[in-house]
Design a binder for this molecule. Sequence first.
Ligand code: NAD
Length: 503
Amino acid sequence: MTTILDAVRPVTAGAQALFDTPAVLGMLIDGAWQQSSGGNTLETRDPATGRTIATIADASPADVDDAVAAARRAFPAWSQTVPAARAAILNRIADLIDAHIDELAELETLDQGKPLHVGRWAEIPGAVAQFRFFAGQAMAIEGRTVTPSITYQPAGKQIAAWTLREPVGVVAAIVPWNSPLVLTAMKLAPALAAGCTVVLKPAEDTSVTALRLGELMMQAGLPAGVLNIVTGRGAVSGAALAAHPGVDKIAFTGSTQTGRAIVDASRGNLKRITLELGGKSPVVILPDADLDLAIAGAANAIFFNAGQVCVAGSRAYVHASIYDRVMAGLSDHAQALQLGHGLNPGTQMGPLVSVQQATRVEGFIAAARSSGADIVAGGERRGAFGTFISPTVIGNVTPNMDVVREEIFGPVLVVQPYEDIEAVVEAANDSPYGLAASVWTQSLSSAHRLSRQIQAGTVWINCHAMYDPSLPIGGVKQSGYGRDSGLAALDNYLEWKTVCAVV
Ligand code: NAD
């Protein structure tokens, strides 16, 4: 494994500006860009090098009040806009993201650390697809006509009844740092399509692309106040949003721990909540699997984006008859990965988002080692700034170790052998989480059976982490409730209204 930690110079003007001189970025409130009323700021660093790339506003609760008030003022007009007008704006947003895709990908790499190709070819096109999909859905929102069985209407009269779909109101969209732009798009596109107005709170470590997206969205013709962006600390502006009486719904993606805090904070006005939370997703490799495909797939399932993926395949269960071969293949993959700055074209795996996250991940590896687990590949901390963790494969674990049970959110895979299908289903389901899973087999019958038996919001067969705006994504158990993407996501932002008439 070699490292190429120095960044090559970005090629787009927007990213070069940030690369050369740290930017001072304001928040978007009621169509205007402004600093925090308290004057507080936070520094944003390139996670590969530790260099400051931007200063962002650290919003105060008063700023949150202003943003929510702006969203409330904008709601009546936006919610009454004809669907085709909302769709046109969403399509223009998609066009503008597409036109700035190289710049946004470079900004995402500088801000989050991910290899350029991840943003350029997977995540930013994914954001474009979200806006296009929900632009179409904006014009397909429909209620139902119903024939009730009510028998007590006045003589000679009939009952006519129907349902309407109406936007929920003001949405607080709170998103994490692992895939900032696409996760933001997953909230904004359906919320705006439904006719809601939004206050967005990006993660404190990764606000740059959300703010650039805000500029593009205003350029696309979004009216002032329909989207507001407050940046800053989760414990301050995030918590103020979650508790705010002017917010009708919270669309949250982040850790299970913060999800719980949001549920508690939302009680005052009984906000609608959807929670896309953590996971510890199993990868189950059956003895009849195409092993070349399965080994490469399982390695990618954990090392893509340095394991900072909610659906990362962080627990592999491998049939005992193929365990040694799969373990050797996984560790070869881990050792061959090129670590480096995300802007370098040869980089396959970037840093973790922050020193704090790298320290956390290193702690899990150290605890596993001292409990007797075998670190078969990787396990080292790298880079002058200390944010790189070499791709790590761990064997000889027991089911109760933290490294097996807890979400690590780093490039750390635990591999366990199993003897029979019943045992592997039980092991896969032995987790508080239920976000996703993948099953690798050439047997149609095993694939069908396991897809039903594994407790998860998504089960992939012979693939992992395949996303599309048409496919709902979300969890069961403590991975949360509600879904992003797909028609299910639009439902999150709509209420049912029943109209019942004697005619
Ligand atoms: P986090 O929970 O620490 O933070 C997420 C967001 O919540 C940030 O914007 C943060 O500022 C804000 N926040 C923090 N404290 C808050 C509070 N008390 N009230 C309101 N907001 C608050 O998560 P993270 O560390 O940024 O992201 C990693 C987590 O996100 C992992 O657990 C990962 O699995 C999860 N995730 C889930 C999905 C999914 O679709 N299920 C997708 C991506 C990431």
